[in-house]
Ligand binder design. Structure first.
Ligand code: ATP
Ligand code: MG
Length: 195
């Protein structure tokens, strides 16, 4: 198995790098943001609840997020057999603790948390630029500010959480996409992931 978390602020490039990693390592990509946006576009009950948080730039409650994540894993036993790349999850300490337990129950663990480190000015530039094309309700200047604040308050502490557990690996996340991918791959190729 190979279970990775791709970690970083909004706009750090988690989605882009996850796509490359999925292809190279045969992993199942779970983007919690995409799962939620899919519910929003289908107008499901969950989508309505999720939209009320996402459009303001806030996180959806842990308990709900955890249920959605576990359901995604349970529904894809074959696709997840080689391992999973978690993109946008965990975003809080309780989510990280629950993820650890979930992996344990499945007889495995998170092998590495790869943190894409990008300067704040660059993040803002990327998100504003993406907002012009993505049509995403949360890629607008006010919401971007909230999302970055939420990231610093609730998500950034995970860096220390995983560093303390010898699981965090920082990668320089600005510059050429292929170079960043190469840096991540070099790190992954050093991992012991027999379990
Ligand atoms: P990137 O641009 O690096 O891919 P992002 O922050 O722009 O990341 P998503 O990861 O797609 O975008 O998340 C969009 C929104 O979905 C979040 O702002 C939040 O409201 C909600 N969300 C996604 N994952 C979680 C989570 N693990 N817990 C709570 N809310 C979440
Ligand atoms: Mg994303």
């Amino acid at each position: 198995m190979l279970n990775l978390v791709i970690f970083g602020a909004p706009g750090s490039g988690k989605g882009t790098q996850s796509e490359h990693l999925t292809n190279r390592y045969g992993l199942f990509h779970i983007s919690t943001g995409e799962v939620l946006r899919d519910h929003i576009s289908r107008g499901t009950e969950l989508g309505k609840i999720a939209d009320s948080y996402i459009s303001k730039g806030n996180l959806i409650p842990d308990e709900l997020m955890l249920k959605v994540l576990e359901k995604t894993l349970d529904e894809n036993p074959e696709a997840t057999a080689n391992g999973v790349i978690f993109d946008g999850f965990p975003r809080t300490i309780p989510q990280a603790e629950a993820l650890g337990e979930m992996m344990k129950r499945r007889g495995t663990r998170i092998h590495s948390v790869v943190g894409l480190e990008v300067p704040e000015e660059e993040l803002i530039k990327r998100l504003i630029h993406r907002g012009k094309e993505s049509g995403r309700a949360d890629d607008n200047p006010d919401t971007i500010k909230t999302r970055l604040d939420v990231y610093h308050q609730q998500t950034a502490p995970l860096r220390k959480y995983y560093t303390d557990r010898n699981t965090y690996h920082a990668v320089e996340g600005s510059g050429d996409v292929a170079k960043i991918f190469n840096d991540i791959s070099k790190h992954i190729d050093t991992l012991d992931h027999a379990d």
